[in-house]
Design a protein around this ligand. Structure first.
Ligand SMILES: C[S@@+](CC[C@H](N)C(=O)[O-])C[C@H]1O[C@@H](n2cnc3c(N)ncnc32)[C@H](O)[C@@H]1O
Length: 415
């Protein structure tokens, strides 16, 4: 698997972080309530307790009009080769302990992680993480000006297309897409059973590992969507092979992903100016690599799609500000969501990757003091880059042609 060269590749070993010069700054002042309201979400009312599980049914569109859909369940699409039991579509045949084993969680350092294939995904799945995923969903929609997809699949979705959402998380994208296209059938899969029980009738969730062999029939899906998951994929080549097999001819795959590298257009982020957030991200990337995943995978995807035989590859980028520094209101709000999502996740994001580099919990906590300060510094006009890459499976296998990478018009950016 090729990886893109990046200055973070030659990482120094983690130094013991110095003691903080000042006490940790308070982070409770993030205007979370305000930004949730802006996004039409309500932190306190949006969460429902279902079967003892905190649901992420936090979108305002989840109303009484929804039929109770299937519970999150083990995915009968799956071969079961790597699980500790055989899969069976009829859940009544499972002993309760089997069903609950995929619904269980593991706890570590006060954080909650998925239990099915424990350790596969480096980050927690608890309520904090779910809120962060929903914030990043809203941020992504702000950056794309409300577009759920850039691939030209609108007509097929209106007319009942089959959609697969890989690493669906709280399912927020899948649910909202299902609402928008009631004739489409949307399937979301994830290692974590953190999706709400009450969802649109045309939306279904399964616990599954997207890197296992898919047992669906070939040529099934019109559209495969993968957002904020690429950094966790161990074998992108195999994923693209599976997508090629299971997409219909002419079907699309789309990746949306933030490239975690801080930049600025005005020199406020530069290699010569100390910036704890940049250092943190570089350590994270090194920690992810130690855990077996490539946090920079999105950069290689356009070439990998081409090598896998996809055509009409389009790639666009959006500046994703960190903080409330942009003048433009849309970008300022996106920046607030991004900053809050990073700030709220610092403990959860850092634990497993930095411990994989040999850091202690105390070293991590001390380093995070400076990272929090850097995040709140509005004099630094930092942004990350949000990538959207989509590509089409050829109509015929003879195919060829039209496989050049092209920019998408929506990539023209402002800040
Ligand atoms: C940051 S969340 C993104 C959620 C969702 N795609 C979104 O954009 O709102 C990443 C999700 O990918 C899931 N994930 C990571 N690796 C996976 C795998 N191998 N199979 C299934 N899900 C996976 C994680 O469990 C997590 O819920």
């Amino acid at each position: 698997m090729s990886t893109n060269g990046n200055d973070s590749a030659s990482m120094p070993p983690p130094p013991p972080p110095p003691p903080p010069a000042t006490p940790p700054i308070a982070i409770a002042s993030t205007p979370e309530e305000e930004i949730y309201q802006t996004a039409g979400m309500n932190l306190s009312k949006g969460k429902e307790k279902l079967n003892g599980e905190t649901s992420s049914a936090s979108t305002s569109s989840l109303s009484g009009t929804k039929a109770p859909s299937v519970d999150t369940q083990i995915n009968p699409r799956h071969s079961g080769t790597s699980a500790d039991f055989a899969f069976e579509a009829d859940m009544s045949k499972y002993p309760a302990s089997m069903t609950s084993s995929v619904r269980a969680h593991v706890y570590e350092g006060g954080l909650r992680y998925h239990a099915y294939k424990d350790g596969k995904y480096a980050f927690p799945n608890d309520e904090t993480e779910q809120n962060r995923d929903d914030m990043k969903h809203t941020m992504a929609l702000m950056l794309t000006r409300g577009a759920f997809h850039y691939a030209p699949v609108e007509e097929v979705l209106k007319n009942g297309g089959e959609v697969l959402d890989l690493g669906t998380g709280t399912g927020i994208w899948a649910i909202e897409l299902g609402d928008k296209y009631p004739n489409a059938k949307v399937t979301g899969i994830d290692l974590s059973p953190i999706q709400p029980n009450f969802v649109p009738e045309n939306v279904h969730f399964f616990v599954d590992d997207l890197e296992e062999e898919w047992l669906d029939e070939a040529n099934k899906y019109d559209y495969i969507h993968v957002r904020h998951v690429v950094y966790s994929i161990r074998d992108r080549e195999y994923l693209l092979q599976q997508a090629m097999k299971h997409l219909k001819p002419g079907g699309y795959i789309e990746f949306q992903e933030t490239h975690y590298a801080t930049q600025s257009d005005d020199g406020t982020v530069s290699p010569t100016i100390p910036y704890a957030l940049r250092d943190f991200i570089n350590y994270l990337i090194a920690g992810m690599r130690a855990l077996g995943t490539d946090a920079l995978g999105i950069l290689s995807l356009p070439d990998e799609l081409k090598a896998a035989g996809f055509e009409e590859i389009k790639h666009t980028t959006h500046k994703a500000p960190i903080g409330s520094w942009p003048q433009d209101k849309r970008l300022r709000l996106a920046g607030l969501f991004q900053r809050t999502a990073i700030m709220d996740g610092l403990r959860g994001i850092s634990r497993r990757p930095l411990m994989a580099l040999g850091w202690t919990q105390l070293q991590i906590e001390m380093f995070l003091v400076d990272v929090r300060k850097a995040l709140m510094d509005n004099e630094v006009h930092a942004y990350l880059t949000f990538h959207v890459v989509y590509a089409r499976k050829p109509f015929s296998t003879g195919g060829g042609g039209g496989d050049q990478q092209q920019p998408d018009d929506r990539g023209k950016e402002e800040s």
